[in-house]
Design a protein around this ligand. Sequence first.
Ligand code: ATP
Ligand code: MG
Length: 565
Amino acid sequence: MKQSKTLIPTLKETPADADTSSHKWLLRAGYIRQNFSGVYSFLPLGKRVLDKIEAIVREEMDNIGANEVLMPALQSADLWKETERWDKMGEELIRLHDRHGREFVLGPTHEEIVTSLIRDEVKSYKKLPLTLYQIQTKFRDERRPRFGLLRGREFIMKDGYSFHDTDEGLDQGYQEMYQAYCRIFERLGLNFRAVIADSGAMGGKDTHEFMALAEVGEDTIAFSTESDYAANIETAEVLDIYEVSTEEQKPLAKVETPNQKTMQEVADFLNHSLDQGMKSLLFKVDEDYVLVVTRGDHEVNEIKLKNHLHAKEVTLVDEEKSLELMKTGFGSLGPIGVSDEIKVICDLAVRSLANASCGANEDGVHYINVNPSRDLPDVEYADLRFIKEGDRSPDGKGIIKFTEGIEIGQVFKLGKFYAEKLGANYLNQQGKAETVTMGCYGIGISRVMAAIVEQYHDDKGITWPTHLAPYQIHLLVLNHKKAEQRELADQIYQQLTEAGFEVLYDDRDERAGVKFADSDLIGIPYRITVGKKASDGIVECKIRQSNEQDERHESELLDYFRELF
Ligand code: ATP
Ligand code: MG
């Protein structure tokens, strides 16, 4: 492609709203343009990269026998009401209606549509298992669209769905998809990890997220220093390995703690360490109120709480409500003597505390010498806290460390949740009606493009892995006005293009400095520069990632690139 004939609007300055490396470089190098917050156009270079990513995904999906389909973005609200996601998805779901007042949604994902398709078209076990996938545009009214392609309101996803007649079949389908995802992300050159993820309280069992490691990642991954254990901290289990204190139990006593509100203030005032205090937080869990107690140095993980109680919604109550229910503000909440209306649950670490302190449910008063085995005989214990760096790994091997990641994909054993809601039944071998069981599998195609740029850039621009770059070779003619340069460049362009290479030819009437800067920005892996030595047939070849450069005779180029690709 001749650069004079395409649209690559590079920018000298970084746009003010570009908040991550990928956002900045994709804008500056002319791959994408924002239409409005969270919505982008892919320009010619961006479209070429998308196509290459999609080709790899399609190949690996086809390899495991998945079938490509294309389902609509515009979906009837009725299906979403049947699965109750019309309510559950809240404001993230984009809703609209037609001229007759009928309601629709712009699909954020396709479980409803695909399950209704299977319900209508698959009537016998003979058709199972079946895996369908598509590469298609999704819509989500994200609370905070940001980071360019990483969190958009309109984005491209590969979503796949497998349908099975047995749990073993689902396990196998899940494994095959998991392996295919590993191959896809390896082929995309991403530094990634598959991590155990949260499957929620409603239906569904196993699930893994695939995380591209990157500083801008919005997810935190807990991993072991000595094994391949890795989990999203949302879900990472904490081992119950606390040693029960052998300290002699002292008598429970109340002490005045005027104006000591935070855990640290109380600990300092009572002259003990943070982990000798008990922290109590009051939550509204669906229609009930629950007091959750952790050690002073631990944080409540609301997802674990929600899952433990099989709840739909968990929110921290405000101080006013705390005063109404517990007769005390946040600073002095505690689990001793709480009325029966409020359930108390303690994190596992609380059980082994000895002579600890906690709020006494009177403003400015705390209990000291609290011994849970004696003073909280009836409370429930559960794993409710976030894992911390330095904790033992849940698989018993090594110590936990944290790293940041971008969720690029997820595989999920959904089970029968959607099939039951939508009545997707088939006849088994005995002619009896059964409900299908299913898995769902997503890859954020446009997010992947940004994740690759997060991992492949330097201070001049993008440094694409060879097979994902929009073109393989960037051919520059330094002085377009000089006939010998122009003629040699034209000849090389024709020769390489005819040999099947993808060449972007900078034939513009621009200064050499502009051409070099744009070339570095765009990040095509190999560059040929035709300059002063054109009359001798000598050109300069440069590798974008390593900066290696050398001179070659134009007659060697074909063999050189044939060897490289
Ligand atoms: P997140 O937790 O980041 O919001 P999610 O878990 O809601 O993502 P899924 O429903 O699992 O996302 O969607 C499958 C894939 O689609 C994700 O793994 C991610 O790569 C991609 N994706 C999700 N939301 C967005 C978005 N707003 N913009 C771009 N890609 C997205
Ligand atoms: Mg996800």
